[in-house]
Design a protein around this ligand. Sequence first.
Ligand SMILES: O=C(O)CNC(=O)[C@H](CS)NC(=O)CCC(=O)C(=O)O
Length: 277
Amino acid sequence: MPLAAVGQFCATASIAANKLICIELIKKAARQGASMIFLPEASDFISRNAQEAKDLTTSLGASEFLKGVQNEAAASRIWVSVGVHETTLKDKIFNTHLVIDSSGTIKSTYRKIHLFDVDIAGGPRLMESDTTEKGDVVGVPEKTPLGKLGLQTCYDMRFPESSITLRARGAELLAYPSAFTIRTGMAHWEVLLRSRAIETQTYVIAAAQIGQHNEKRASYGNAMIVDPWGTVLARCPDNLNKPTLAVADIDLESLYKVRTEMPVMDHRRTDLYPKIE
Ligand SMILES: O=C(O)CNC(=O)[C@H](CS)NC(=O)CCC(=O)C(=O)O
């Protein structure tokens, strides 16, 4: 049975420092026998403001951060899922989720489709669309050593439509690299992830940022792997002081048992509401 590793750390505005942390996590996951490691959203950097985000962002091909991650994926012979920023043709950024194979090649690119524009009394207030352009493709699951992987990002977990779309297209796992706020994380994080896993009957893997990135921004952590029954198989420790990993076996046989025993996809009343595909 293949082993998945989910990572958790606190990115700052230093791309060089974040790159070293990710390289160490990739090495450690490979040493533990994982076939694939999942790193958080915005693993390349968390910026202090919109201007800094624009200044730090490059194309995928010109990214020093990605070069380091791709080289280490190849050196450690492990697949990697990672969230990064990417320049667009306009003066904006894509919030991009990549799958890199064990030779260091980018196999799949997903650009976050739901942007986090919220203003909650007592915080947080974040307007992602000020800097970020939304992607316009849900995509098809990518074949990985763990199974067919559907790519999403963070806030996307609030939209079951896209996870059900990916399930309908063959997903056996869904990845949600994240940088969740603490307030919304305490109220919603685990419930959302377990709900997506239960209703789609897929594994859900959510790498996460944790801790204080700068004066204005902190993240909730609780990176986790959830099985298709909704059980939290692994969770990174609540450790603010160092990057951490958690691992779990991916058992597709038990996934198909869940789907056979309770075939919710076949029970849909698409005569009463739209079919998602
Ligand atoms: O800003 C970057 O560089 C990377 N992007 C993020 O951190 C994004 C947009 S601000 N964060 C979220 O989507 C949090 C969602 C969330 O917390 C919720 O749904 O409750």
